[in-house]
Design a protein around this ligand. Structure first.
Ligand SMILES: [Zn+2]
Length: 271
């Protein structure tokens, strides 16, 4: 467990089985947990760490979106669960799924499951595929404010290409913004995708929050400078995609000459 600020603890992401960051925001009276983890084991590890750090009064979990790695630990967390109404809708659909290798492979073939997620589920759960989908108790449409005592959290639905239910959590007093996976591209399309209008809409929403620390679920927390670099890159690529009418080569050439160097792996992926 690490400390993000005086009043926020987090368990770092673990790429081994695609475990996202799990966090605890500690107010005077209540502690709010952000995301439930990718399995009962992951949730248990987090709860044990909270115990070890003597973090108490955790009665609620808020989900950033429905994807397995953020929601499969909900049952083990065993707390009041808060999520966007679309998160509940997607989880309801998933309740009917069978998680055997055969069923997973079948869904991958039909394009209903992402191959990477399928591999990671097999790796996280092994042969003991004890997966219980638990639905949120409280849902919201646009936003929700939670007062933890001396700390206020705004939970806001932003959507985006990665998942239509993506919601962010802004912790006003700590100037921390939890973004979940909302800035990542789609994963249930043949290729990862961004749409210009979706990205711009998302960035407008994000820029409304005056944060100093930005938490994306699958990487170490970012400072404002690093995060703005990421945002500027997305904005620039949107502009160039529009300018070059999706001509890949022209886009890459102009981006390379504007940056005056070879593109990084991240830049190539975003393009
Ligand atoms: Zn996701």
């Amino acid at each position: 467990m690490n400390q993000l600020t005086d009043r926020i603890h987090y368990l770092p992401p673990d790429p081994e089985t695609d475990r996202p960051i799990l966090s605890a925001i500690c107010g005077t009276y209540q502690t709010l947990i952000v995301d439930a983890g990718n399995s009962d084991k992951h949730a248990k590890l987090f709860l044990d760490e909270l115990n070890r750090c003597q973090v108490k009064n955790h009665h609620a979990v808020v989900l950033t979106h429905w994807h397995w790695d953020h929601s499969f630990g909900t049952n083990e967390m065993n707390k009041l669960t808060i999520a966007h109404e679309n998160t509940k809708m997607h989880l309801e659909k998933m309740m009917e799924y069978d998680w055997s290798d055969e069923a997973l492979n079948n869904r991958v073939q039909k394009g209903l499951e992402n191959p990477f997620c399928s591999e990671m589920i097999k790796k996280e759960f092994g042969t003991d595929r004890n997966i219980t989908i638990t639905l949120p108790n409280i849902t919201f449409k646009d936003k929700l404010e939670i007062d933890l005592g001396g700390i206020r959290c705004v939970v806001k639905h932003v959507g985006g290409d990665h998942s239509d239910d993506s919601s962010l959590i802004f912790v006003e007093e700590e100037k921390a913004l939890f973004l979940g996976d909302c800035l990542y591209p789609s994963i249930y399309t043949q290729q990862p995708q961004y749409r210009i209008d979706n990205v711009r809409h998302l960035l407008e929403n994000i820029e409304m929050f005056d944060a100093k620390i930005y938490v994306l679920s699958h990487e170490p927390p970012l400072s404002k400078d690093d995060f703005m670099g990421y945002i500027n890159l997305l904005n620039l690529i949107c502009d160039l995609t529009e300018k070059h009418q999706r001509n890949h080569l022209n886009l890459v050439n102009e981006l390379t000459s504007q940056l005056n160097r070879k593109l990084s792996q991240l830049e190539e992926e975003v393009v």
